[in-house]
Ligand binder design. Structure first.
Ligand SMILES: CC(C)(COP(=O)(O)OP(=O)(O)OC[C@H]1O[C@@H](n2cnc3c(N)ncnc32)[C@H](O)[C@@H]1OP(=O)(O)O)[C@@H](O)C(=O)NCCC(=O)NCCS
Length: 331
């Protein structure tokens, strides 16, 4: 495909699988020295090798070689709609890696090649997830036009730092029962509407009815806690075991994930969120987990300030929208 500065970009072949998985394994091991609460399993290239195989067999995929040695690979899944009604492509954190003297140039050249295939397929909404410790990769993608949209973060189960304040005495936290759909419907709807507003602008689907909330609560892998004051629901937090949301590298049988948290505006900054988080951490410990993960939109100002003080970011997801007029013939 392309040749520049001693680098050669070629279509991915299955013989590159092992060295590709090894490059990712090294990047992940480096990330784990920064974030020791991450699961150790992804240090082992054999964990991601089948994932890379599945991705590269199905979708466009390239490698970069320097003097015949693999120094990078890149592939992403093509999606019929993604972050909007246009077609898109999503490249997970294990779907790319670059090493050697100039990883930034490796990314530049690989993206130059594969982006033509992506846009040729009409995939204008392009996103990829990058390990937060991989500065050369973050710089390369930033210069290629990508900006942050989502953060994945993780923490161990150590108690939340003692605060200089105490939560309001009237706030209590309890586990919701699966029969409470109608009681929780209004806060669940309010929570989804929060994301639709600026500056987040993420249209999440509201639950249709109480029965839908009850079906969700009936899942054995999921728990929801409710914060109340004077018998009124003022906040919720949702925890899940073996969640399929968020980036791959937090996924592990010993990871419990926060899949939603919301405190009503009038009750914020009074300790309800912290009490809900503590209830979720206690459950994670009692369930035998080793860590808790969360993911949030980087434009969610309230969420990001709350989570960043209590969790360590491990992956940033970056997004680029390609101008749709490039798909139309010149007039
Ligand atoms: C994120 C969210 C759940 C936090 O809930 P909350 O009830 O405001 O959380 P807390 O009151 O425990 O803590 C919020 C801040 O108030 C401070 N605070 C809480 N009680 C306090 C008190 N009595 N005196 C002084 N400060 C207090 C906390 O220290 C914290 O500040 P910090 O993050 O700088 O440490 C809430 O802002 C929210 O619902 N946001 C919208 C939805 C959202 O973003 N959800 C997360 C989705 S991923």
């Amino acid at each position: 495909l392309g040749i520049s500065a001693g680098l050669q970009v070629l279509p991915f072949e299955q013989t590159y699988l092992e060295p590709a998985a090894e490059i990712f394994g090294r990047a992940y091991a480096a990330q784990r020295t920064l974030t020791p609460s991450l699961p150790p399993r992804y240090d082992d290239p054999s964990e991601v090798l089948p994932l890379i195989r599945g991705l590269t067999m199905k979708y466009p995929a390239v490698v970069a070689l320097s003097r015949g040695k693999l120094v990078g690979y890149l592939s992403g899944m093509l999606l019929p709609s993604f972050r909007g009604s246009e077609r898109g492509v999503y490249c997970p954190e294990w779907g790319h890696a670059a090493c050697g003297e100039s990883p930034g140039s490796v990314y530049d050249l690989m993206y130059s090649e594969i982006s033509r295939a992506w846009v040729g397929e009409g995939c204008l909404n392009q996103a990829l997830t990058v390990l937060t410790g991989d500065r050369p990769a973050l710089d390369a993608w930033f210069w290629l036009g990508f900006g942050m949209i989502v953060v994945d973060a993780v923490r161990g189960l150590e108690a939340v730092e003692p605060a200089s304040w105490t939560p309001d005495a009237g706030i209590t936290v309890r586990l919701a029962s699966p029969a409470e759909g109608s009681h929780l419907l209004s806060i669940k709807r309010e929570h989804t509407r929060y994301y639709r507003e600026g500056p987040i602008f993420l249209p999440k689907r509201e639950p249709h009815d109480a029965a839908e909330v009850e079906r969700e609560l009936a899942s054995p892998r999921l728990r929801l806690w409710v914060a109340e004051e004077d018998g009124q629901v003022i906040g919720i937090i949702k925890g899940a075991l073996e969640a399929e949301e968020g980036c791959q590298v937090v996924r592990d049988p010993l990871t419990a994930s926060i899949t939603g948290a919301y405190v009503r505006p009038a009750w914020r900054r009074r300790g309800a969120g912290s009490l809900l988080l503590q209830a979720m951490l206690d459950w994670a410990r009692d369930s035998g987990c080793a860590r808790v993960s969360v993911d949030f939109e980087s434009a969610n100002l309230l969420g990001r300030s709350f989570w960043l003080k209590r969790f360590s970011p491990v992956c940033y997801s970056l997004f680029r929208h390609v101008d749709d007029r490039v798909l139309r013939p010149d007039r």
